[in-house]
Design a protein around this ligand. Sequence first.
Ligand code: URA
Length: 230
Amino acid sequence: MRVDRFLSNLPRFNRQQVRLLLVERRVKVDGQVVSDPHHEVREFSHVMVDNDVLQAGKPARYFMLHKPQGCVSATSDPQHRTVLDLLDEPDKGDLHIAGRLDFNTTGLLLITNDGQWSRRLTQPLTKLPKVYYVETAQEIGPQYATTFAQGLYFAFENLTTQPAELVVLGPRTARLGIIEGRYHQVKRMFGHFDNKVTRLHRERMGPLALDEHLAPGQYRPLTEAEIRQI
Ligand code: URA
């Protein structure tokens, strides 16, 4: 929300007073004086007027988990353990998953309470490739790469997938980079050739690669540098 709106929503200031506060440079967001009424205030921002703290700002949290097989990418599930069950953190209800993985898919899962950050990571507009290591039941034919690069029509969503990059590693193994994250997308792409995916592992999301020191089920907070890359 814009800082002028944030301030004028408070019962103590009207719009005229807010304009003056900003011009008089009495407003600080995250320790910096702010005079631009458009300046963005988020739930994580620390906001002060003179020496009064108007919003303490809750901490933004970002985690990288090595998702194991056999757990659900959801915040709760009546039957199975969820990826959040693997996190030993307070206030887990605030957290959400940036790009789910299927029950038996393994690999990089990013979990955060920062909705803007996770949208940047997952929305197709930003074109950050999600890279998967894939094993299949049948041999991967030479025509797969061209078909994936051209995009596949998904009738259910009535859309054509964005160009995807396939690197064939062996007769039944490949690395696939996709821009979107449609429902069961990788399995459906190989399913186009009646080829069942037998193993799926996400190695990377945009610039963030799964930390090789994390065993399945382990997680760690992202570093400042990793958070800033998105
Ligand atoms: N595509 C799939 O089919 N499954 C996943 O878990 C991720 C991408």
